[in-house]
Design a protein around this ligand. Sequence first.
Ligand SMILES: NC(=O)c1ccc[n+]([C@@H]2O[C@H](COP(=O)([O-])OP(=O)(O)OC[C@H]3O[C@@H](n4cnc5c(N)ncnc54)[C@H](O)[C@@H]3O)[C@@H](O)[C@H]2O)c1
Ligand SMILES: [Zn+2]
Length: 342
Amino acid sequence: MENIHIISSFGGSTFKFLEDYSQVAVIVDENTIAYCYPLIEKLLPHHHLIEIKSGEERKNLDTCTDIWSRLTSLSFDRHAVVLNLGGGVIGDMGGFCAATYKRGIDFVQIPTTLLAQVDASVGGKLGVDFHNYKNHIGVFQEPAKVIVCPSFLKTLPERELRSGFAEVLKHGLIRKKIYWEKASQTKLQDQKWDEVIAESIHIKYEVVKADPTEKGLRKILNFGHTIGHAVESYLLEKRYRKLLHGEAVAVGMIAESYLAQQKGFITQKDLTEIQSCLLAIFGKAKLSASEIKEICAFALQDKKNQAGVIKASLLNAIGEANINQAISTQEVAEALLYYEGL
Ligand SMILES: NC(=O)c1ccc[n+]([C@@H]2O[C@H](COP(=O)([O-])OP(=O)(O)OC[C@H]3O[C@@H](n4cnc5c(N)ncnc54)[C@H](O)[C@@H]3O)[C@@H](O)[C@H]2O)c1
Ligand SMILES: [Zn+2]
């Protein structure tokens, strides 16, 4: 975890390492420039701001073109550095732009949402959406540093906080039962975020360290994401209705837990516990039968699939997951119909 720093506040020495770079750019959106940039502005050396518009619908190659254009017009060389000050959208896209600009310059992740702090900023996955397929174009590249400061969460809207919490619960479900129990039994407003962030980063870090390029174990982190990404991608295409990433993953975790129960991997009691907890926190997303049919087509594009077969990571118990479980589009549809019937 040498490049990940969890700090309680920013100090005079936090950004001293930036003195070694030729130039510094900070990527922000309209929210992080208003709420997060003021916490670090005075501590940064001379730098350029690159402001983009927030939102998953901007996480695409058009926005990358804008970022690459700015870096080019600022004459950034290969000794320059990019700071990504924002949630997972800025982290994934700013990191991707840096990792490919002039074959790669350094970048620093400064995650400002819970989701980015516990998940997106750890593990070196970078990229953008393409033709409404989530994270379809991207690379693996580790940041020079990740600076995690829970203070940013004070201004984060509650819905965004809850979305990030889905990944926290996922970490417990796939890896550590007592963490799931503690996190799922504590109200959102009573969570000790510094402890939660440290525990989740630790779980994700250990998994990624064992399998950085997702040949095996790392796939457990995709629990809930095979169906969750399909739901998220479908709604992204529709535009009229949107689920946040964590909200879609919560749908996916219930649907995929149902499949695990149907295959005899987890008990009915486990399924009931998982679904009642997730529904209590995230509520119910409405999906019609015709929408479910279309969502199945998106599941066929998942990056874990092999030779046209959908491969999911399904729970084997609370706290354990099995990778490479073949599921059919029929099963995806059945699982979503089960979810809708709850
Ligand atoms: N790379 C990975 O391993 C990985 C893992 C999980 C998710 N992701 C990606 O992360 C993205 C979702 O990230 P997200 O949930 O952080 O969403 P996001 O980046 O869209 O941020 C959510 C919203 O919160 C605002 N915001 C950010 N910080 C704030 C703060 N401190 N105060 C007030 N407002 C703030 C942003 O402007 C935005 O409007 C998805 O694109 C997903 O694919 C990547
Ligand atoms: Zn996720």
